[in-house]
Design a binder for this molecule. Structure first.
Ligand SMILES: Nc1ncnc2c1ncn2[C@@H]1O[C@H](COP(=O)(O)OP(=O)(O)OP(=O)(O)O)[C@@H](O)[C@H]1O
Ligand SMILES: [Mg+2]
Length: 237
């Protein structure tokens, strides 16, 4: 049974429909990457999954139950954590305070979870008293991941986790995503570093103009010449 299954999802802003019936699924333990042109509705789909944008039609099932009618704050405790592309940390708070905020829904075990997180992110432990706003772009992205993990999610939803990072740091972030996944957390992400992300993904989806256009094993999509031409800016050589 898929961990996340969305079918026929329609959503938009005001009267404008952006998603015209998107289908996607994530199995337990998978890394799944969504690629597609700018403005095609990738972020909107993530927002529909987490409940920030209401689904006007379609079904979204998570861990065996329908969630499309639940408000966002009732979806998170089910094990769904979302890291938006921007404004995903509190810059005026210390690193440690950011983690506490991330874990605010926990009924217990805040300290022990923070210790586990610091073991995974030793750089953050060193900077635990520093203001999050003083971190480098890459470290901020790590903090955003760490914050989301404070709630022990079953599925981590990441909107362009490598955006704006230097190539060296893109690699570091992707390596961390692999580690998180290896610890048992499924990952659904949108990525502009499409080839790179697809190559480390179990499966991928292409979303264009608000519709699911293609799906398949990540590395297969990464090397598909049609996808390269249409969506990765490659030319026939
Ligand atoms: N808050 C909003 N209000 C109105 N329209 C919006 C809003 N957010 C996004 N849109 C519009 O919805 C469409 C899809 O946007 P979305 O952010 O989902 O695309 P995307 O695939 O994530 O693009 P990108 O690759 O640039 O991040 C765009 O036309 C965008 O202008
Ligand atoms: Mg987007």
């Amino acid at each position: 049974m898929p961990l996340l299954e969305a079918a026929g999802v329609r959503a938009g802003y005001g009267g404008a429909e952006i998603l015209h019936g998107v289908d996607l699924a994530v199995d337990p333990g998978e890394i799944v990457t969504i690629i597609g042109p700018n403005g095609s509705g990738k972020s909107t789909m993530m927002k529909a999954i987490v409940g920030i944008v209401p689904a006007a039609a379609g079904v979204i099932r998570f861990d065996g139950r329908s969630i499309e009618k639940l408000p966002a704050d009732r979806r998170i405790p089910l094990g769904l954590c979302y890291v938006p592309q921007t404004e995903n940390i509190f810059p005026t708070l210390a690193v440690a305070e950011n983690l506490e905020m991330g874990g605010f829904l926990r009924k217990s075990g805040l300290k022990s979870r923070a210790a586990e997180i610091y073991a995974m992110f030793p750089d953050l432990e060193e900077k635990r008293k520093a203001k999050a706003g003083s971190l480098s772009g890459g470290q901020r992205q790590m903090l955003a991941l760490a914050r989301a993990l404070m709630l022990d999610p079953k599925l981590l939803i990441l909107d362009e986790p490598s955006a704006g990072l230097s190539p060296a740091y893109v690699e570091v972030v992707f390596q961390k995503i692999r580690e998180i996944n290896a610890s048992g957390v499924a990952v659904l992400m949108v990525e502009q570093n499409a080839k790179w992300a697809l190559n480390l993904s179990d499966r991928g989806y292409v979303i264009a103009t608000g519709e699911t256009r293609m799906t398949g094993p990540g590395p297969e999509l990464a090397s598909d010449p049609q996808i390269g031409r249409l969506y990765l800016g490659e030319t026939d050589a």
